[in-house]
Design a protein around this ligand. Structure first.
Ligand code: SAM
Length: 239
């Protein structure tokens, strides 16, 4: 079977994998996985397994590990993208799906002065993230952090490099900051909501060590800006 399956670490023990019920149903009923077939399973924490199915029933698929690898599909750089909470939930969802595909490690919904929402639909977004992780063949499930303010995030972040996306005169093209030569192991990227950041938020980010970066001459939608910045950071330093 060419599909990747997801089983959390607790379901992988002693050389055996027990697929969670929904994954088992998909493997058995939809993909017709049977005893003797091989499947690949990822555990969401960097573990990748080639597994031979030893038992297949509609709600239970069990297998034996025949090969194990680490960090399959993962970029070398640890990137957190914090995106302003968007009015349209579907746009935030699109961002989440694509950011997982591009290799994000952590997503933070930002409560900003001009954000028109306070909350996210956590379970729905998590399902989107699991599906994207499997689809793009990653082995890590990125973290979805609870919404917080820019100031709180900057206080607690341990990222080596901080970037605030802002189309202002003082901004430098993102490539100038992230291109090889200035490699960092981790980066935090801040992106405003539809209405942008308030000037005080950009100033606060700069005081907290963030470089204001430009993504080109066009004003991008927030989710496009988040994805463009993420791609620039990841491709400058790894794959
Ligand atoms: N009217 C808002 C403003 O002027 O800030 C536009 C906000 S834009 C739709 C949403 C967010 O995307 C911005 O806060 C910024 O973080 C990012 N963004 C969009 N285009 C950008 C660009 N060309 N360079 C840097 N950041 C950009």
């Amino acid at each position: 079977m060419t599909t990747n399956f997801y089983a959390p670490p607790a379901a992988i023990r002693g050389g055996r994998v027990v697929l969670p019920e929904d994954e088992a149903r998909h493997a058995h009923t939809v993909l017709r996985g049977a005893t003797g077939d091989e499947m690949t399973v990822v555990d969401g924490t960097g573990g990748w397994y080639r597994v031979e199915i030893t038992h297949a029933a509609p709600e239970q698929v069990v297998g034996t590990i025949v090969e194990q690898r680490e960090e399959v599909g993962e970029p070398a750089v640890d990137v957190t993208v914090a995106l302003g909470l968007l009015k349209k939930r579907s746009r935030f969802e699109t961002f989440v799906e694509k950011a997982v595909e591009l290799g994000v490690r952590r997503i933070v919904p930002l409560r900003t002065a001009r954000a028109e929402r306070e909350s996210i639909r956590e379970e729905r977004l998590r399902n989107v993230m699991v599906a994207a992780m499997k689809q793009c063949r990653r082995s890590r499930l990125p973290a979805l952090v609870a919404p917080r303010s820019t100031a709180d995030l900057l206080d607690e972040s341990e990222s080596e490099r901080r970037l605030v996306c802002h189309a202002g005169d003082a901004s430098v093209p993102i490539r100038q900051v992230v291109d090889p030569g200035g490699a960092a192991a981790s980066a935090l990227v801040l992106v405003g909501p539809e209405g942008g950041f308030a000037p005080s938020e950009v100033e606060g980010a700069v005081r907290a060590g963030a470089t204001p970066v430009s993504l080109g001459a066009r004003r991008l939608r927030a989710e496009t800006a988040g994805l463009a910045a993420l791609h620039a950071v990841i491709t400058a330093q790894s794959n």
